[in-house]
Design a protein. Structure first.
Length: 365
């Protein structure tokens, strides 16, 4: 299997595709499954693959995200697997390869999911029936070197929650000589920036809120812009705190609009929930790590402010017991960095570890 995992990775790494356009990726995964005789399903209206092995009424599910980012690499904008989804696909295929010849008393469903980077691909897979009869769900992901060292493995990744706002300040331009005839949209933006800094939650609850984009004005230096667009990034470790921040931002924007006498429109996008960790799945992942690598390799939980739409599965099915396993890979400079690299020897280890965690879920209640 070791050669296959690396070969698969090299293929997916060389053929990245962005969210909802993972056509070749979907075809490659489906072709591998067809070669093995593994039952699987693709869809006419969405990318991604759902495959299944084993038999029985209960289903243990495994998810791999398959999309790449669109980003600037060496001065050129292109699709790029800088989040390691090419590795995730390969490790999950490796686990499937190990388990497909074993006698399984439960069904194992493999969800090759599109569009994680847009935060909503999981919802599409749920609509396609990915969670039917599922009691447990596993994921796997490479982690940056500052979170996990090479040779370390985390039984669960405690992702945070995130949501993004796109807003517009709507007014009328004015001439620089007659500022009283309009309302400077930049004054409104500066007020938003200052007021964001006055939104507080408990310091015991990690959270952040910041302005991430502004567009206003034109090439005419004597025109005061009456209109502007802006964006806000909101994050919290827990879902309740994120929703509290969202509500505070809405109150703040309404008050600023009234203060400046302008209209501010906004819409929220790409809500991604924080992790709700399943005790059974995380315990089985811990046991698998201990069995394969010993106590020095085990990190029970890592907390990260990053988000992942993996956690929509537990939002949509609250009784689902889920965990995402973290793989230490000497990954630098960091996830989403255009020049991200990691130690590829972990691909084989990640596949075997995931297979062992799944075995424990099959064999134990």
């Amino acid at each position: 299997m070791s050669t296959n995992v690396l070969t698969w990775f090299e293929h997916f790494h060389a053929h990245p595709e962005v969210s909802w356009k993972e056509v070749e990726t979907t075809s490659t995964i489906a072709n591998i499954l067809a070669t093995w005789g593994v039952r699987h399903e693709t869809f006419d209206d969405v990318t991604g693959v759902i495959a299944e092995i084993g038999s029985g009424e209960e289903v243990i599910a495994v998810r791999a995200d398959i999309d790449a980012l669109w980003q600037q690499v060496d001065g050129t904008f292109k699709a790029n697997h800088s989040c390691g989804h090419d590795a995730n696909i390969s490790m999950v295929l490796g686990a499937l390869d190990v388990l497909r010849s074993e006698a399984l008393t439960k069904r194992i469903r493999f969800i090759f999911q599109p569009a994680e980077e847009q935060g909503n691909g999981s919802l599409a897979m749920i609509e396609k029936g990915a969670l039917a009869d599922v009691t447990q769900l596993f994921g796997i992901h490479l982690r940056p070197a500052e979170e996990l060292a090479l040779g370390q493995f985390a039984a669960t990744i405690q992702h945070g929650a995130a949501i993004f706002l796109r807003g517009r300040v709507i007014g009328a331009d004015a001439h620089g000589a007659r500022p009283h005839q309009g309302q400077n949209a930049l004054d409104v933006i500066f007020t938003i920036q200052q007021q964001l800094k006055s939104i507080y939650l408990s310091p015991f609850e990690p959270h952040s809120i910041k302005l991430t984009g502004v567009q206003a004005g034109s090439d005419n230096l004597n025109i005061i812009p009456g209109n502007a667009t802006f964006s806000i990034d909101v994050r919290a470790q827990a879902n309740d705190e994120l929703l509290a921040l969202r509500d505070r931002v809405e109150v703040m924007l309404a008050q600023i609009a009234s203060l400046h006498g302008v209209t501010i429109d906004w819409a929220w996008e790409d809500f991604t929930p924080g992790a709700v960790v399943g005790p059974k799945s995380s315990r089985q992942a811990s046991e698998a790590i201990l069995e394969r690598y010993g106590p020095s390799a085990l990190v029970e939980r890592i907390v990260t402010s990053g988000s992942d739409d993996f956690h929509f599965y537990t939002v949509k099915q609250p009784d689902l017991d889920a965990t995402m396993i973290g793989i230490g890979a000497n990954l630098t400079p960091g996830l989403h960095h255009p020049e991200m690299t990691f130690d590829r020897s972990v691909l084989q280890e990640g596949a075997l570890l995931l297979a062992e965690a799944i075995r424990r879920a099959v064999e134990r209640d």
